[in-house]
Design a protein around this ligand. Sequence first.
Ligand code: GDP
Ligand code: MG
Length: 373
Amino acid sequence: MSATRLILVGGFLGAGKTTLLTEAATRLIRRGKRVGLLANDQAPDLVDTEVFKTSGAGVEEVAGGCFCCRFPDMITAMERLLQHSRSDVILAEPVGSCTDLSATVLQPLKDRYRDRFEVAPFSVLIDTTQVCALARLPATTVPAAPPRFPDKVLYIYEKQLEEADAIVLNKVDLLSPEEVSGLKQALATRFPEVPVFTMSALTGDGVDAWLDFVTQSQAAGRRIAQVDYDTYAAGEAALGWMNASARLRASTPVDWRTFAADTLDAIRTRLRNASGEIAHLKIFLTTPGAYVAGNITSNEGPVSVRGEIDAARSTVSLLINARVHAHPDILRAIVEEGLRATAGDRVEVTITNIRSFFPGRPEPTYRYRNTVQ
Ligand SMILES: Nc1nc2c(ncn2[C@@H]2O[C@H](COP(=O)(O)OP(=O)(O)O)[C@@H](O)[C@H]2O)c(=O)[nH]1
Ligand SMILES: [Mg+2]
């Protein structure tokens, strides 16, 4: 039996990982591959898992902690993909505030599971519109924005770049070609040995070139970053985390796209007033056969919504995931308030599960000091 290729795509919250992997799964299925998708989070009720399911690929999740701290769970989930979907490619998305994945996931996979999984180059995706504010790059053609998060959070962002086998500049549709080439040049100067790809996961531009690389190249886990776990843990714990699920029942027809956008906006307005900076805020509404998904990746950026649910559908399931520089208790209260304010009298909201917390200190199952050949 030949080994299944594992394509792991890291990168900060909101960089476009779920969008890329969903698109990549669709393209690989078209190329005749059997594809599995693996989502990951600190807690259940994952929007990403539901988005992955829209691709038609097999989907699993590790929802009790990051891949590095739940390595055996990651292996079990991948084995399930092999059994149920007979996947010959697995696309996996680690938590966006995670780093040191080369030492804690790629090296142990190469060392211990070589027979079953063939690891692809580790790609780290970055949002071109955020990179100057987050990566402290030298002045480029893109206007530098002030940092949006404390230094300990930016530390994670830097470590993610340092351990990449390939850096992928995503969302290039939002910049001019000159800005993109300026950024590409700045990254190539800073990381001279690392291939830099440019793409728009949303429009599909550049996705096939990257897919050809990660489905063929053997150069995986070539770099291990020097990570100080005290700073890393402090950076992770600076972001409040909230996952909620609810049932919605409407008494009149509802434009569910507008409902999703208005809910995100109501939460954002309240977060702004409480000085909470959004890393990623996501919503997913579903009824059998239809969905609406919405995202906000900063306090200032656009609300993006896609999908459609017929206004006549009165019973809808809802998930909200929020990763915000704010205290989890405040975050939870704001999310509930924003949702109920949007629902008003016309939509009855029954929250079935809600958790908010600061992520705990990362305690990886394995941590390799040297790269495995
Ligand atoms: N304009 C643009 N938006 C994108 C692109 N890729 C992802 N996005 C948007 O960025 C937001 C976050 O994407 P998501 O895939 O959930 O990010 P993740 O947190 O890294 O998984 C969503 O609103 C996406 O639609 C892209 O190439 N261009
Ligand atoms: Mg995601």
